[in-house]
Design a protein around this ligand. Structure first.
Ligand code: UDX
Length: 447
């Protein structure tokens, strides 16, 4: 899967999750890519072929890109921009205190591009940005470099990368969304993604505002599905009904679909929480109140509270009790702990006096850096040893495959609260474990 004819010179500003995956995937399909990051340490790490975060397949593609010399890295933004025909903006857009996206890094990237571009260039918004950002980008370029501004075309090309599957999503995207205002913008992007399009990826071409908004719409709708099923889980818990069975019924209707109807401790990660807030602020700025989005976030917070209530039901008081959190990453397949519900729960339990011990196959270091007061064990059984309650926070295979008789043996009290519904209630009961699933009736075993 390689570009036919001439490869494009591509600059990528920002080598975080999205930026680095963009770098390696474009180099893999034959383009010449220079990734820029302001952090010189990160650049030397990347140059030596070491990936700064866990992402399956990333290290291999990074090594191949470097070996082919199609991929290089710099800490000088001029090197990244000069000569590039396409520059991707992949910088962070963290939430401000009020919830709106902080676009300081985007503005800095645009200024850098305007200053160093030495010919016609397509500037691609890859970071998720509020509707209206492209107009700001154009105005900034005009101000920064009036002579060149006419040669600089702005395109919106939001990513749909799932962490843990990001390489696969980048190499075989289900859809490629391009928002542009000129034929040149669409043509350049089609040429750039030529091999992926030839391989079957569907392309959507819209105006820039539609593309910018489509990304928010997708993430908000997925979060809405999760919160819907979590609200239903609360009702099921009162009605002694089974949310997993209801999700199957709902999912069998192709108009609804089964995906993202897994009830549990809630969503986290670098996208849903932040994008939902930012979308709410964008809607308000545009004159539309969208309280549904705030409700989605509230139900998500409530999901953690519901887990805490179950622990409380099982233990009575938290103080001085050892509670094991199985999984700290916001989902399996990643070491990312940003907005992880596991850590939200951990700080709540710690603040109420519990002795919390976490375990995660790969997110251990990130969790410790984020929450130094959290004790982290080096195996699930070590975390469980002497615990009065275990909480499944991340649906790692390793946790699904735990030997339940061992679990029962090492725990002080065999109580499992399942925030991901990974266990079969009958099997748990048979193993002598008191089991609190999410949105399903609990199974209590007499001590
Ligand atoms: C998401 C989008 O899926 C992706 O398209 C976008 O580009 C970036 O944001 P990601 O943040 O990697 O990707 O995570 P995703 O796999 O979507 O899961 C988000 C969260 O929802 C996780 O915490 C996961 O555990 C949770 N989740 C997911 C549920 O609680 N229930 C579900 O049914 C599905």
């Amino acid at each position: 899967m390689k570009v036919e004819g001439q490869a494009t010179m591509v600059g990528v500003i920002g080598t975080g999750h999205v930026g680095l995956v963009t770098c390696v995937s474009l180099a893999e399909i034959g383009h010449r890519v220079i990734g820029y990051d302001q952090d010189p340490e990160k650049i030397s790490q990347l140059r030596s072929g070491s990936a700064p975060f866990h992402e399956p397949g990333l290290r291999e593609l990074l090594a191949r890109g470097l070996a082919s010399q199609r991929l290089s890295f710099t800490d000088d933004v001029a090197d990244c921009v000069r000569g590039a025909k396409v520059v991707f903006i992949c910088v962070g857009t963290p939430p401000r205190a009020g919830g709106e996206a902080n676009l300081v890094a985007v503005e800095r990237a645009v200024r850098d591009i305007a200053r160093h571009a030495d010919g016609p260039c397509v500037i691609v918004e890859k970071s998720t940005v509020p509707t209206g950002t492209a107009a700001r980008v154009k105005a900034t370029m005009q101000r920064e470099n009036p002579e060149r501004a006419a040669e600089l075309v702005v395109v919106s090309n939001p990513e749909f990368l799932r962490e843990g599957q990001a390489i696969q999503d980048a190499m075989r995207p289900e859809r490629i969304l391009i928002g542009a205002e000129s034929a040149a913008g669409f043509e350049t992007m089609r040429r750039l993604y030529g091999p992926l399009i030839a391989n079957g990826s569907q392309v959507f071409e819209f105006d820039v505002s539609t593309a910018e908004l489509a990304k928010y719409a997708c993430n908000a709708f997925l979060a809405l599905k999760i919160s819907f099923i979590n609200a239903l889980a609360r009702i099921c818990e009162q009605a002694q009904a089974d949310v997993v069975a209801i999700a199957e019924v709902m999912g069998s209707d192709p108009r609804i679909g089964r995906a993202f109807l897994d009830a549990g401790i809630g969503y986290g990660g670098s996208c849903f929480p932040k994008d939902l807030q930012a979308f709410d602020r964008v809607a308000r700025r545009l004159g539309y109140e969208f309280p549904l989005l705030r409700e989605v976030a509230r139900i998500n917070d409530e999901a953690v509270e519901a887990i805490a209530r179950k622990i409380n039901d099982a233990l009575w008081n938290f103080e001085g009790k050892r509670i094991a959190l199985l999984g700290l990453a916001f989902k399996p397949g990643t070491d990312d702990i940003r907005f992880s519900p596991a850590l939200v729960l951990a700080s709540k339990l710690v603040s109420e006096g519990a002795h919390v011990v976490g375990y995660d196959p790969i997110a251990e270091h990130n969790a410790k850096a984020e929450m130094p007061q959290l004790e982290v064990a080096s195996s699930a059984l070590d975390a469980l040893a002497g615990a009065s309650c275990a909480v499944v926070c991340t649906d790692w295979d390793e946790i699904k495959q735990l030997d339940l008789s061992e679990v029962r043996k090492v725990m002080a009290e065999a109580v499992v609260v399942d925030g991901r519904n990974i266990f079969d209630p009958d099997v748990m009961q048979a193993a002598g474990i008191t089991y609190y699933p999410t949105g399903r009736p609990p199974r209590r075993v007499s001590p």
